[in-house]
Design a protein around this ligand. Structure first.
Ligand SMILES: [Zn+2]
Length: 287
């Protein structure tokens, strides 16, 4: 089913009531989009399918939005199609017009005033059309970079509060020490900071860089207020690695559809593990 902003807000309210998080999985093409839908339907769990701007550059926003709309209409569970880490206000607005029901305007590398201004522009346009908006506060590193996130890059409580209040944004990605990609060191999350932000901000908080974080740390972050967990690298890695191995085993003459039947097994396993991590072992989820 296609969900509008109000229903997405409701999903996050339910997640808060249950002390769980909504899983967000990045996709790169139409095959992995299908794997995500199958895994989520089999688990009976709502899911956010996310698309980076580079996927839009490669495939085209109209094609992606049109296919995602059909996927959402046909699915038995709520599916959100989300534009992830978009630095361009214009592309966010385009996504709103092309079937995305959630967009992230990532202006966190700009000074706070400019971040607020960019988020406000997207919020004003998106909300009028029933589209959910995520913003970011603090700098979320790439795991390939040296060292841990330094204090000045973490989400500042006052900045997060101002951005949330002045923009009316629907979800907020907070830098609490997580990193995108596979970590070069043991991840460190600032749970105390997360608790503080969760204590003063009403909008759902988002944990980026889920791939390399041990599950028990993700669970703890959910207990402390995270309502959405973003996973990209691990899905893509499993997909591409298995694709390479399957081509090796079955031969490059094998039909793509047969190759993908084999590839989807480990990818769906990985997705299901994350769905379970987000909703907790003891919780039966959304049913
Ligand atoms: Zn991210």
């Amino acid at each position: 089913m296609v969900v509008k902003r109000e229903e997405i807000q409701k999903l996050f309210r339910e997640a808060a009531d249950k002390g769980i998080a909504v899983p967000h999985f990045n996709h790169s093409d139409f095959w992995d989009m299908s794997f995500i839908v199958e895994a989520a339907e089999e688990q009976g769990a709502p899911v956010i399918i996310a698309c980076l701007p580079k996927v839009i550059d490669a495939i085209g926003i109209e094609k992606l939005g049109t296919v995602a709309k059909v996927v959402m209409e046909k699915s038995s569970i709520p599916i959100v199609y989300h534009l992830d880490h978009c630095h361009s206000v214009d592309t966010c607005l385009k996504a709103v017009d092309h079937g995305y029901n959630s967009v992230m305007i990532d202006a966190a590398d700009l000074p706070l005033e400019e971040n607020i201004k960019a988020v406000k522009k997207v919020v004003d346009y998106a909300h009028a059309k029933g589209v959910h908006v995520e913003a970011e506060i603090g700098q979320i590193k790439s795991a390939g970079e040296e060292g841990y996130t330094v204090e000045s890059e973490l989400a500042a409580l006052e900045d997060a509060k101002r951005l949330a209040e002045e923009t009316g944004v629907d979800a907020l990605a907070v830098s609490i020490g997580s990193e995108h990609g596979f970590y070069q060191h043991t991840p460190k999350l600032d749970y105390a900071l997360l608790e503080k932000i969760h204590g003063v901000i009403r909008v759902p908080l988002v944990l980026h860089g889920g791939s390399g974080i041990p599950r028990e740390m993700v669970r703890k972050a959910i207990q402390k207020g995270i309502r959405k967990v973003n996973v990209g690298t691990q899905i893509r890695y499993t997909y591409i690695k298995t694709l390479g191995e399957t081509i090796q085993n079955m031969g490059a003459g094998t039909h793509t559809a047969d190759i993908m039947e084999a590839v989807k097994i480990p990818v769906k396993e990985t997705l299901k593990e994350w769905i379970v991590t987000c909703r907790g072992e003891a919780n039966n989820g959304w049913k």
